[in-house]
Every structure is written in C-alpha cells, then in structure tokens.
Design a protein around this ligand. Structure first.
Ligand SMILES: [Mg+2]
Length: 429
C-alpha cells in the first residue's frame, strides 16, 4: 500500500502498547500511517457479536473444527477429500448441520490448545499478566517475563499429555515433551534448532495467545514464537504458531481478513526478525535463510490470491481471487501444492495457508462453507479445521453455527470456563 494513501495516524493504533511504536528496531515501518488506518476497515460494524460471544466461540469452535476434521481419526487420516465429502453426503445428507459431535472425540489439537488457554489464565501469572501491561521488547525484564510465562506453559503442555489417548498426537510433539520432561521445567528453551521441527504442532494450539495478547504485539510475537519453539524449533514450526496467534488477534480486532497477509509482510515480519535476532538472541545464522524462505512461500500464496499488496486506489476493490471452479478436487490439489510431503496442512506454514485460504474463499459468516473447506479435505484436516474455526469464532461469534455441532462437544465446559477467564483479563485491560 502506498504510504501517501492515508493521512497520519487517526489515533487508533493497531496495537495499543507503546512498544509497538518504539521497540521493533524498524521505526519507519511502525510509523506507517497505512498500518494504523487499516483498523478503520473493520468488518461487522453494524452487527458485531459481543466480545464475550466471540471469545467463547473462538475457544469452542476450535474444538468443533478439530473434532469434525478428525472424526475419531477416520477423516484426519483419509487422504481423499472426495471420499470424505462422499461420506458426508451418504451419512449426513451432505449437510454440516446434521453432524452431532457428541461421540466425536477432540484430538491432540484441542487438548494442547486448552493447555495454552490454561497457561494464559494460570493463577501463578495473575500477578504478572496484570491490567495495562505495556511491556515491550526494549523494556527491562521483557525476556524475564517471557521466561515466567513459558515455564508455566511447559508445565501445562507436559500435564496435558496424560489426556492424549486416542487423540493421535504427532511424533515431534511426543519427542519434544519427553525431552522437556527429562530436562525439567526451567529448560523450556533448550531444544536445538531442528531441521525436522517444521510440523503444525505449534500452529494448532497457539490461537488463544492472540486472544489474550491482542493488545500487546511484542508479547504476542514473543509468546507466539516461543510456544511453537517449545516443541518445534524450526522457523516453519514456530512461525506457523506465531501466525496462528496473530490471525486470531486480527480476528478479535475485526480487521478484514483480506488484509492479514499484507500486514504480516509489511509490519509483523520485521518485528519477528528483530525479536529473534536481537531480543531473544536465537540462532540467527540458521534462522535467517529459513525465515526468508518462509516469507517467500507466503508471498507466493498472497500473490496467487491477488492480495499481496494494496494501493490507495484499489483497496476497496481488491477481493481475493479464486479459480472459477474451486471444488473439492481442485482444493485438495491446491492445498497439497503448499505441503511439505503431500499431506496438506501438516506443517506450520501450510496449516496457516490452508486455513486462511478456506476462510477467504468461504466469505464472511459462511460457516457451512468454511467447515467443508477447512475441515473436510485430504490433508491434516483436524488442524486446519481447528485453526480456521478459531478465527471464524473470533470474527463472527456463533453466527450461522449449528448448535448440533457444538452443544455436546467434548471439553465444552472447560473451554467455556477458559474463555470466561480470558475475557476477564481482556476486559481488565
Ligand atoms: Mg490432531
């Protein structure tokens, strides 16, 4: 977007912490009026569901997307979208509305996401994650705060492992949790940079970080990245986690989905680079080229959808572009084209791309369409379903969602309780 397109800040900052303006190491980008003015492009201006509803929907629908994509293991591990949609037709009349999830277990995605939620609302952090928390990258004690949060997260991730029976957790998560158990809680960041750590284990569980820290971008970036890095210490793994959390924060802030990718490229990635290189001081030599490749892949996706950049003249007119025929077969093929080894959505980067593509191609408030596109495909469908439905809930609440899909969902009371606690924290801010 051209800088002259918008006047200087209208007072409505993208993220309200002072740190957004002073501590990213790239003043020119943070001062861009264009970024702040994007906030004016909110959706649902007239009929916005309450924040309470959207937080609850975000937490509950994560489990719904997971359970439907998983279908007790049969749909997650069915590699043909066509076969899955045939089963939907034969057994449920082709309608998502007919799915009662009462006997559909949630998988590892929901169990881990619940552990993330429990971290963010943990009593040990009540004194730290206080109202008006405005600490940023350059403030004294920033990494100490990150450390305190991550120590709790380790405890929750280790504890949740007891509840993984019949939920198909990934091998990398298993190995990393075992490693963490051996090295004890204070060694949460001791995992080596790992060329095999690019799976979606981080992105499937990070969304609620974006809910809790939607007003503190520096903390969101740090905790988003570290939450993934805990088990998946590769750029693809931990940046997938960051994007998952970030897009949930964009959804809560009602930023138009078509702009999310642009914001990542223009505003977020420079801050991530600064955090990794200069704040957390990670293995920059290894990270730098991998981060460039991660960026290029995401750019390619945005380019194919026509939402790589915006100008003052075309920002209203630009709509994400999709092929005229974009059915089950075409989507399977397209999703797969972004996969690491043919299983679409199983990596940190393509889990985000598939979920984002499903959200964009379905359109606002199109729940049924979104479930079919995010949860019912021949890839890692429980993860892409969990992520996409989380964002949907944060954007639209329970609008057009079928009660039958969530009224009996496993873990419902825990998810609602955690949603209430997150809301309390947000409202205190
Ligand atoms: Mg799963």
């Amino acid at each position: 977007m051209s800088q002259q397109a918008h006047s200087p800040s209208n007072g409505d900052q993208l993220f309200s912490t002072a740190s957004s303006n002073v501590s990213n190491g790239d003043q020119s980008i943070c001062d861009r009026a264009t970024v702040n003015n994007l906030l004016d492009r909110k959706i649902n201006k007239d009929s916005l569901p309450s924040l309470a509803e959207r937080i609850e929907a975000s937490c509950v629908l994560t489990a719904v997307g997971d359970a439907i994509g998983y279908r007790n293991g049969t749909w997650e591990f069915n590699f043909s979208g066509e076969r899955i949609h045939k089963e939907l037709k034969d057994e449920f009349g082709g309608k998502i509305a007919n799915i009662d999830t009462k006997t559909w277990k949630v998988s590892d995605d929901t169990i881990f996401h619940l552990a993330t939620l429990k971290t963010l609302t943990h009593k040990d952090l009540n004194q730290i994650l206080t109202p008006k928390l405005s600490i940023g990258f350059k403030d004294e004690g920033f990494m100490e705060l990150v450390d305190k949060i991550m120590v709790v997260m380790v405890q929750e991730y280790v504890a949740c492992w007891k509840d993984m029976g019949d939920r198909s957790p990934g091998k990398k998560c298993r190995d990393s949790i075992n490693y963490i158990k051996q090295t004890r809680k204070n060694k949460w960041d001791s995992l080596n940079y790992d060329s095999r750590g690019g799976g979606c284990g981080g992105s499937m569980r990070a969304m609620s970080i974006g809910l809790a820290f939607h007003d503190n971008l520096d903390l969101l970036i740090a905790i988003g990245i570290e939450s993934g890095r805990l088990t998946h210490n590769h750029v693809v793994g931990f940046m997938g986690a960051l994007q998952s959390a970030l897009f949930a924060s964009f959804a809560i802030k009602q930023i138009e989905p078509k702009l999310w990718g642009y914001l990542v490229l223009e505003f977020i990635l420079p801050k991530c680079r600064y955090y990794l290189k200069s704040v957390s001081k990670r293995n920059w030599k290894s990270i730098e080229p991998d981060l460039k490749a991660f960026e290029e892949k995401f750019k390619k996706y945005l380019g194919e959808r026509g939402i790589l950049s915006f100008t003052d003249e075309n920002i209203e007119a630009i709509k994400p572009q999709f092929p005229e025929k974009y059915g089950v077969i075409e989507r399977d093929k397209y999703y797969k084209s972004y996969s690491f080894s043919g299983w679409a959505g199983s990596s940190g980067d393509d889990s985000i791309i598939v979920a984002y593509d499903a959200l964009l191609s379905s359109g606002p408030n199109q729940y049924e369409q979104l479930v079919k596109r995010a949860c019912l495909h021949g890839g890692d469908s429980d993860t892409t379903g969990a992520i996409a439905l989380n964002w949907y809930g944060a954007l639209y609440g329970f609008s057009n969602v079928y009660e039958k899909n969530y009224e009996n969902i496993e873990k419902l009371s825990s998810l609602k309780l955690q949603a209430r606690k997150v809301l309390e924290k947000i409202e205190m801010n």
